[in-house]
Design a protein around this ligand. Structure first.
Ligand code: TEU
Length: 548
């Protein structure tokens, strides 16, 4: 087994990081969207939960065509979220609470309202202003047809025509998100400067949005008939715009920039790539520190597939001396209580109109077990806000409140990602459930049933999922076995996962097996559901300790 601690030691290798989707976390001023003041008021909650760090989704000025992933100014804060001074105070507060803080960097595209893009539109084809983005001449008579067949991740063509011209600009996401031209040194310099701007303000690192998209094939060839469906990572290597070799050079240069700051600051790549071995290339020595492994999140509740996913990722990361980073949910995918409440074969989507019925009780049971599985694995883990409350995907939001561009661009065929972005329920019996001041209207309506899932209610119930997360994070912190390291599989019945982290600490997950007896002479440290007659029932996980 490779020695995975051989390279790049550091806090991130086994850190638990909490993702804050800022619009939906806590709204201090009552305007319906979350804000920095709201986050500051909840740092105590996060410290008590026991996470090591937080990652905040984009907080920059933005027309919010894509929830803030359309940035107008990378060195400022959106007025609805607060001010730059408040951001600096939050960073300091987080540090006082013992929490590191990562922010979101969006280098693949800007907003179409960004000064650069406005200047590009106002300047002629071939001008330096246009060279910051990807403009191309259309094909066919008059340039009336798109330059090639590339598709937007949100549906439709990836090209939009400049009015009155034969020029088109590229947007791998919404038309309001024009792609930057990373062949242009000015673009490269700008982002190094942005990175320094925030490092100077004390952030501990960055999550890099679509880290696999920045570099495009300079020939702009058609993707061809195997063009993938939207929202699914392509299987193919040497794709003209995903996961190209050239991105690695950019990250090597960023590594030099961040190293110069010291203090263990980090990059985490968001890169939807076909295999863990492709992902591992982003975290080779001298490149990024970590990369989200979305395979666990894509994996259905099936013991063989879970085990294969875990093994493959440990192996791929081990080859480059990096540590895996596990994720069960985020702001882009169906919440895992809902995923796990569907058939064994369902992965992280799709969010089409025709949804199978969901068994939320089953989903919650598995989500609790899944949390103990994820938090027992070697490596780091991300918790998406609300998963510690057992929130489910809100699938019955009325059409007129939906904001995700996927809904609009797929003509309603895909419901989009709003259902995992519904504001957090903190307290009380009725909306806004303490998300904002009484009487305020959250930007998306919260289900009335969430009155049973508020942090306040769950905090008082020792059997709640919130208390399970807190206990798990406390034990994980206390026991050296959970530190950066390896695992060894033990024999278990079919449909079960059983592994040890060292000679004394074991994790047993009954995925879909018949109830089974836990290894002899072991004491249960924590279980996701009560044992029945000393047996571990299906959909249950337990952490065990045995005498060395
Ligand atoms: O997501 C990148 C991305 O590729 C996802 O759209 C992914 O393909 C999909 O969610 C899989 O189900 C990032 C952000 O996380 C997302 O919120 C943004 O919309 C997107 O970039 C554009 O900035």
């Amino acid at each position: 087994m490779p020695d995975r601690t051989a390279q790049q030691p550091g806090w991130w290798r086994d850190a638990v990081i909490y993702q804050i989707y800022i619009r939906s976390f806590a709204d201090a001023d009552g305007n319906g969207v979350g804000d920095i003041a709201g986050i500051r008021s909840r740092l105590g909650y996060l410290r008590e939960l026991g996470v090591d760090a937080i990652w905040i989704t984009p907080w920059y000025p933005s027309p919010m065509a894509d929830g803030g992933y359309d940035v107008v100014d990378y060195r400022a804060i959106a007025p609805e979220f607060g001010t730059l001074a408040e951001a600096e105070e939050l960073i300091a507060d987080a540090h006082r609470h013992g929490l590191r803080m990562l922010i979101d960097l969006v280098p693949n595209h800007t907003s179409d309202r960004h000064r650069w893009f406005q200047e590009a539109l106002a300047s002629p084809p071939g001008s330096p202003q246009r060279a910051r983005y990807v403009f191309r001449t259309g094909t066919g008579p008059g340039g009336d047809t798109e330059p090639n067949d590339w598709r937007s991740t949100f549906g439709g063509s990836a090209w939009t025509r400049v009015p009155g011209e034969d020029q088109w600009y590229l947007h791998l996401f919404a038309p309001e998100q024009p792609d930057l031209n990373w062949e242009n040194p000015e673009v490269r310099d700008e982002f190094v400067d942005v990175i320094r701007f925030w490092l100077d303000r004390g952030v501990d690192g960055f999550r890099i949005d679509v880290a696999n998209a920045l570099v495009k094939d300079p020939m702009f060839p058609d993707v061809g008939p195997e063009a993938p469906d939207v929202l699914e990572p392509p299987e193919r290597v040497d794709h003209p715009h995903w996961d190209r070799e050239g991105v690695h050079e950019i990250y090597k240069s960023w590594r030099h920039v961040i190293e110069a700051y010291g203090g263990d600051r980090v990059f985490v790549a968001e890169a939807w790539v076909p295999t863990p071995y492709r992902l591992a290339r982003y975290v080779r020595p001298g490149e990024l520190h970590s990369a989200f492994n979305f395979d666990l999140l894509r994996c259905p509740w099936d013991a063989d597939r879970l085990r294969a996913t875990i093994d493959e990722n440990l192996d791929a990361m081990g080859e480059v001396g990096a540590s895996p980073t596990w994720v069960l949910s985020n702001h882009d995918v169906t919440r895992h209580v809902t995923r796990y409440g569907r058939s064994l074969t369902s992965g992280h989507g799709p969010r089409t109109e025709r949804l199978e019925p969901v068994d939320l009780e089953l989903g919650l049971r598995r989500a609790r077990a899944g949390a103990l599985l994820m938090l027992a694995l070697p490596g780091g883990a991300y918790i998406y806000q609300g998963e510690e409350l057992g929130l489910w995907e809100v699938e019955d939001l009325p059409d007129d409140v939906l904001q995700d561009p996927t809904f609009i661009r797929s003509d309603g065929r895909i419901r989009g990602r709003d259902g995992c972005r519904v504001p957090m329920p903190w307290s009380g019996d009725a909306p806004p459930f303490g998300f904002g001041p009484d009487g305020s209207q959250p930007w998306l309506p919260q289900p009335l049933a969430w009155k049973a899932l508020t942090a306040q209610v769950l905090r008082e119930d020792p059997g709640s999922i919130l208390e399970l997360y807190r206990s798990a994070l406390r034990i994980r912190r206390e026991l050296p076995a959970f530190r950066d390291g390896d695992l060894a599989w033990l024999d278990g019945p079919p449909g079960a996962l059983l592994f040890e982290r060292d000679a004394t600490v074991l994790c047993a997950v009954n995925v879909t097996a018949a109830p089974f007896r836990l290894p002899e002479q072991s004491e249960v440290l924590l279980a996701s559901a009560p044992l029945v007659d000393g047996l571990l029932p299906p959909g249950t996980a337990a952490w065990l300790r045995r005498a060395a």
